[in-house]
Design a protein around this ligand. Sequence first.
Ligand code: SF4
Ligand code: ZN
Length: 311
Amino acid sequence: MKRRSGPDPPPQCSVCGQPPVIRLRDPDRHLCADHLGSDLLERVARTIRTHAMLRSGDRIAVAFSGGKDSTALLLLLDRLLPKGKDISLVAITIDEGITGYRQDTIRSAEHLARHLGIEHAIVSFSDLFGKDLDALLAGREERACSICGILRRKALSHAAREAGATKLATGHNLDDEAQSVLMNVLRGDLPRLVRDSGAPSHGCFLPRIKPLMEVPEKEIAVYLTVNDSFPDLPQCPYTRYALRAGVRSRLTGFEYRHPGTMRRLVEGKDRLEKALDGVQLGGAITRCGECGEPCSGTVCQTCRLIDSLLK
Ligand code: SF4
Ligand code: ZN
């Protein structure tokens, strides 16, 4: 006898049976808003432990643009590191000077830092480099993201050191990490491929940590939405020049059809990094003669870029 097939029963949270807000596919499960929050917090705490990202006495500068990833990072670190404990937070926002974009994100960042009672410093490109990004880019718009990225790293290191930080935390998520692996492969940049690790980078003046590096972007977006914290902000006008945009859409498609693709890509890179431990890739690491940061020549890429932009 043929069994009658009815509609599928509505999905339930795999932990408590309540209506779910998200389906996670690696491994496959549904989670309600509460269990997404606790699951996420637990996984971020595990990433921090596994990679020994924090130490007693640390002062963590959080790179806080006011966008969704850095908002989630600040909220989760604030929950994981209660005030009065021996690890403190300071939020750092960089104002690159992008007309029609940055002012809204800065207002949103100020609002959240104040709400959480977290110290907040704002540093602008024009204070540090004498010009804002729009002016620095005149005629070089197609290089916007690489110039912006290099200068922002410099500005963040500077502001974090000024704030007395011992480490710099950034909101890079699993999608960002997987995209970076693929972009470095597409550029054939092996030294950068194995250098862009999520563990504290002790070669630099200020070690960088990425507590969200194992969290998919979709989860961050849903977590913020169900907690009423999703920053609804304009998009940077230079996004269209980014190589990352094309890589992102292709990787998202692979992840949908083959769940776990992004995690496997990052894990493959980690294995390569371990296999190459101790192997010298690119030039020997020295100190930049102008700013003292680690580099592979006499003057670092950032200082060379700044000199050429200001000529
Ligand atoms: Fe900078 Fe590019 Fe991001 Fe705009 S999209 S803030 S130019 S890195
Ligand atoms: Zn330098």
